[in-house]
Design a protein around this ligand. Structure first.
Ligand code: SAM
Length: 221
């Protein structure tokens, strides 16, 4: 059963986005570990490295899910930094809060949609989006990117890690893409959207993890 199904009527009433929210939060980490073939930890470390999260950074993760990336960002940003995470799923935020409390890490975790971020302009040095963009319908992506740019301070940077659109017919048959309905649009389309949202120095590449690519951009000074 896809993680976004099996919702109660109550959850459906309370969805705050047209993005695909995940509600089976307890299953997310074990299933993600399975899909990542035991390389989940390494992927999260790579995400933090690609974003160059450094001590003192104020970091936001959008679509933070159970907090795997946000927790690592919190450790990396150190006592002078701060980390916030938002997700449109209350169940995901509940699990992320439990994990942060267990790890004794102070993270501001909130239920919110990426297209309506509850933060003032120029609040963060780094915005991270890990495996979230493919959950948004095409018409929501420009709004989401505009919001990420709005909350970044001058000189701030955005890192998106997400699925690449399959490059061959054979690739389309892989379970990863079957689960994601063959992904008509992927990380390859994002550089143009970042540029349209006003990001500078936009660059993209492979993460070195299977089907996952990255895009980053900067807010001009
Ligand atoms: C595949 S999970 C990724 C979780 C985490 N970032 C990670 O790397 O493990 C995608 C998350 O995006 C969330 N999501 C979907 N649409 C959203 C939106 N419009 N705003 C915020 N979160 C959203 C889902 O609820 C889900 O938790």
């Amino acid at each position: 059963m896809p993680l976004h199904q099996g919702r109660t009527a109550q959850h459906q009433r309370h969805d705050i986005t047209t993005g695909k929210t995940l509600h089976q939060a307890r299953l997310y980490d074990p299933l993600a570990a399975l899909f990542m073939l035991g390389r989940g930890r390494a992927l999260r470390e790579r995400t933090i490295a690609l974003a160059h999260v450094a001590p003192g950074d104020r970091v936001l993760e959008v679509g933070c899910g159970t907090g795997e990336v946000a927790l690592r960002a919190r450790t990396r940003s150190g006592p002078t930094g701060s980390v916030a995470g938002i997700d449109a799923s209350s169940e995901m935020i509940a699990v992320a809060r439990q994990k942060a409390a267990r790890a004794n890490l102070d993270i501001d975790l909130r239920i919110a949609a990426v297209e309506a971020l509850p933060f003032a302009d120029a609040t963060f040095d780094v915005v991270l989006s890990s495996l979230m963009m493919h959950h948004l319908p095409e018409d929501l992506k420009p709004r989401a990117l505009a919001e990420m740019r709005r909350v970044l301070a001058p000189g701030g940077r955005l890192l998106v890690v997400d699925f690449q659109r399959p490059k061959s017919r054979l690739a389309r048959l892989s379970p990863v893409w079957l689960v994601h309905r063959r992904l008509p649009s992927g990380v390859q389309e994002l550089p143009t959207l970042l540029e349209r949202a006003g990001f500078a120095a936009v660059a993209s590449g492979d993460t070195g993890f299977g089907y996952l690519g990255f895009v980053h951009g900067r807010v001009g000074l």
